[in-house]
Structure formats: C-alpha cells, structure tokens
Design a protein around this ligand. Structure first.
Ligand code: S3P
Length: 170
C-alpha cells in the first residue's frame, strides 16, 4: 500500500486528520514538522529565528528525500509550505497519494487566530492579508501536487477521515 500524504495550508487540520486516519486504518502516522523538531531538538519557530526560512526548507527537502528511501504504508502529514518547492512536489508524487485538504481564506483565518506565535510564516503580519497572500502564492502548487482534493468545509476530522477513505477505497 502506498503512503497517504496530507497537504494543505496551515490551520486546515492536517495533523488532526492524520491522527483520525491513523486510528481508523491502523496505519502509522508521520508528521514532518514533528520529525524536524525532534531531529533538530528545537521548535520550528526557533529554527526560523536562529537559521531562517531557507534552512528550514532545506531540512524539509532532506527529510522528504529520506522518507522516499524507506517509508511505506504510512500516513504522512506535511508542513503547509512543503509543496512550494518543485523538488518536493516531484518527491511527493513518488512517495504516495497526495490528498489536498482545501479550505477557504475565512475558514483558515478563523482557525489560525489562536497559535499565530507558533507559526513563523504568520507572526508579525496582519493575519487576513498574510493568509490571502500566501494562499494566492501557493494555490497552484497545492493543486499541482494533489491526486485528490477534499474540501474540508465544516466537517470534523473523523468525518474527513471517512470521506478520504471512501474516496481512496480504504
Ligand atoms: C509552514 C507551515 C507549518 C510549518 C512551518 C511553515 C508554512 O506547518 O511547517 O511553520 O510555510 O506553511 P503547519 O502547516 O502544520 O502549520
């Protein structure tokens, strides 16, 4: 069985939906942000502060290359910026089936109002403007990387897990 990969903007619920999918399928769950934090022994906001965004993006690409070597049958929850790099999108196509958890700007802004300080791509910006700007810049990359698009709407993680499993025949 191929890996099942979740992509989408910050706040769309990737980690929670990955956990629901893990519970429902018994598949192992991998979270790229959590793996990078474990490896670096630092929080993502501290990595950005100390080394900058480019260094973090390099860590993401290195992690994807590693996952491609030996990871199978897993649910992989990606950091929201992962599909921006062309190399990452190429690796993702080989690594598994990519599900894009799509949400509109207002839904995302509502969900992101708490926890901005943990997200260096958002902190220090006007939230609405920043989400709009980043969504516009990333939209084509998310679409391009996706095998399946799930509009999350108002659904909770368990319902979305069910919808994904139906769509993929799991
Ligand atoms: C980022 C999203 C974050 C994390 C980092 C950068 C982004 O992950 O990887 O702060 O550029 O969208 P989440 O999508 O899990 O918040």
């Amino acid at each position: 069985m191929k890996n099942l990969i979740l992509e989408g903007f910050m706040g769309c619920g990737k980690s929670r939906i990955a956990r629901a999918l893990g519970d429902d399928t018994g598949m192992e769950v991998i979270d790229t942000d959590a793996l990078i934090e474990k490896e670096q022994k630092k929080q993502i906001s501290d990595i950005f502060a100390a080394e900058g965004e480019e260094a973090f993006r390099n860590m993401e690409t290195a992690l994807l290359r590693d996952l491609l070597k030996d990871t199978k049958n897993c649910i992989i929850s990606l950091g929201g910026g992962m599909p921006v790099r062309e190399e990452n999108r190429r690796i993702l196509k080989e690594l598994g089936t990519v599900v894009y958890l799509k949400a509109d700007r207002d839904t995302l802004v509502g969900r992101l109002e708490r926890g901005v300080e943990k997200r260096p791509m958002l902190s220090g910006h006007d939230l609405e403007k920043r989400v709009e700007e980043l969504l516009a810049a990333r939209k084509d990359f998310y679409d391009d990387a996706a095998d399946v698009i799930i509009d999350i709407g108002e659904d909770d993680p368990d319902t979305i897990s069910l919808r994904i499993r139906k769509e993929l025949g799991l």
